[in-house]
Write a protein that binds this ligand. Structure first.
Ligand SMILES: O=C(O)[C@H](O)[C@@H](O)[C@H](O)[C@H](O)COP(=O)(O)O
Length: 240
């Protein structure tokens, strides 16, 4: 694993750096394999980044969008990560509908939604099921409880190692989430973390020893590149 921590002075600089990094990965992926695959996170931090990407002139037909986690709500629900992403970005660019791969949250149960999304991912990546397919980029946020995607502390989702997608649980509300082994199979994982409220969780995630099930972001140890992009408010104590 190749881990890089960058602390940016403020949220605008954080977004600019994340944009620069994603565009660089996008260019390389399209040059080398003719397409770019990215899984997005929800929450509030990435929204300005999505708005910035929407202003770029990109080969949208070569770009495929997935979500690393989603709330088990219809795609027009105010809590939907897909809805936030479409409003901030996807509705404003000429990306083919077939290149947008939302979590099928209209399925009858979260378990069915997770199983269907996993099947779709396997078909898309033409994976035999033995290996975890590798997305080019998985973009993650981190909660102030050190959760990432919908992998919350002390939940069953943290124990799932033989699936791509599982059912997460936040305070009794079901979520659909990539498993941590599937996230770790990505070529690059990029955390985008802002705000002083994330500092205590970051201290535990970066500590030499702490409990992974209490601080789930510790489980993200990709074979490829791991990037932590932090604003100064979040990353103050981590600046080397
Ligand atoms: O569906 C979600 O809410 C996200 O995927 C979640 O994992 C988010 O990234 C963190 O909760 C951080 O959220 P903020 O960026 O709002 O702090």
């Amino acid at each position: 694993m190749n881990k890089t921590v960058q602390v940016l002075p403020d949220q605008a600089a954080l977004v600019a750096r994340a944009l620069e990094l994603i565009l660089s990965k996008l260019e390389t992926a399209i040059e080398q394999q003719g397409r770019f695959t990215i899984a997005l996170s929800g929450g509030s931090t990435p929204k300005p980044l999505y708005e910035a990407i929407a202003n770029q002139k990109l080969p949208w037909d070569k770009i495929h969008i997935f979500w690393g986690d989603e709330r088990y709500v219809p795609p027009d629900h105010p809590d939907s990560n897909e809805l936030m992403t479409r409003r901030a970005w996807l509705d404003h660019v000429d990306i083919p509908a077939a290149n947008i791969h939302p979590v099928p949250t209209l399925e009858a149960s979260p378990e069915l939604a997770a199983a269907k999304y996993e099947q779709h991912l396997k078909e898309f990546f033409n994976s035999s099921g033995v290996e975890f397919p590798a997305l080019d980029v998985v973009l993650l946020g981190m909660g102030d409880d050190a959760h990432t995607a919908s992998l919350f502390p002390h939940t069953e989702a943290l124990k799932v190692r033989d699936r791509l997608v599982t059912v997460g649980n936040k305070d009794g509300n079901p979520r659909i989430s990539f498993t941590y082994p599937f996230i770790n199979a990505a070529s690059s994982v990029i955390f985008l973390v802002a705000g002083a409220n994330k500092r205590p969780a970051l201290a535990q995630v970066f500590a030499p020893v702490a409990d992974d099930f209490t601080y789930p972001s510790r489980l993200i140890q990709p074979q490829g590149e791991l990037w932590w992009l932090l604003d100064a408010a979040a990353g103050l104590e981590l600046q080397h």
